[in-house]
Write a protein that binds this ligand. Sequence first.
Ligand code: AMP
Ligand code: GLY
Length: 425
Amino acid sequence: MTDLTVLVVGSGGREHALALAIAADPGVAAVHVAPGNPGTWHAWPSHAVDPTDGDAVAALATEIGADLVVVGPEAPLVAGVADAVRAAGIACFGPTAQAAQLEGSKQFAKDVMAAAGVPTAASRFCRTPGEVAAALDALGAPYVVKQDGLAAGKGVVVTNDRDEALAHAAACGDVVVEEYLDGPEVSLFVITDGTVALPLQPAQDFKRVGDDDAGPNTGGMGAYTPLPWAPEGLVAAVMDRVVTPTLEEMTRRGTPFAGLLYVGLALTSRGMRVVEYNARFGDPETQAILPLLETPLGQVLYAAATGTLADVGPLSWRDESAVIVVAAAENYPGTPRAGGSITGPRLYETADNVHIVHAGTALDGDTLVAAGGRVLGVVATGPTLTDARDDAYAALAELDFPTGFWRTDIAAKAAAGLIPPVTSL
Ligand code: AMP
Ligand code: GLY
């Protein structure tokens, strides 16, 4: 397909990064974003539509003559926005509401993994405090308690404190209590039309708010790709033991999964385990991964959305590294402080090897201000991880964002060769 008109749905850093990569595809004639953020408003036509309103998104897609709609976040997918767009006769990259339950319910994901024989943490689904207490004692410390439904990356508590684990469960309602998994985490994204699946480059995300993984979980404070320490054969092993059986199981259930399958893995001393599935591109890993993708992204997503991914060969990649460091607003992941001003160079420039991806930004007159938890991300690419990291942090140092903060150790251990080798897959 050439001359594609593509509508990207969502307003975060992931959607800004998707729009940038799709717009760079020579086969794409126009990009629109709904509702977007100041970073996307600057570059493409934007539309003030509620991303979780399927009828409104489908009507907009029809009105602008979209050939392809790409749904970024999980909430619209779980709400059935991709179904509404397809019902209007427009190709949509994103799973059905039923298939998005792989992310929408931790327990559903665990059922699919069990049926597909996918390695994952032992777990118990709990509805009452008594069930939670019994599960904590059976599975032991460190305790892992996960809210069953969507929680924007903040529904999981990992703690040695039994009372904290019980309190989190009480605040969540239905929960999944899990065995603790040690070892480095990997995010592997797979683009699939339900049958054929193409892996992207693995990335690593930094979930905790503070340096050295201190403090509570967040949506993600930074990421880098590729992983110099990853064992050979990692991607093939995940495709073989996780992705293929999961897609087959979804098809067997009559709810094939087409879209982006995000496999969150822990590479434990006893082998790889799936930590979670998501039904969409990860944020902020996507911001690091897509700048290294050589294959035109619009074509790939269109093929996935139309069941023709077999016609697209393996994806090709630039032989470089990429890092994103997220700048968050003071007090994130609690209630973030809104309104802090952001000034500095390259707030809207994207031509360089360093660029800013907007997320929770807003405009106050002409001034860019913080309006969310994760406010923006600085993305840098370079010949090595160290180069990319240095450039990202140099650009952050040029920002004047007094109410913002960021981790100082994104990709530091990997760049210094300090991540111990993984011995068993
Ligand atoms: P999830 O929402 O399931 O991805 O969990 C968010 C984060 O919590 C993960 O990326 C891990 O850092 C941590 N986590 C989740 N499950 C486990 C587990 N079973 N053992 C250790 N850490 C976990
Ligand atoms: N970076 C984690 C996520 O997107 O869920």
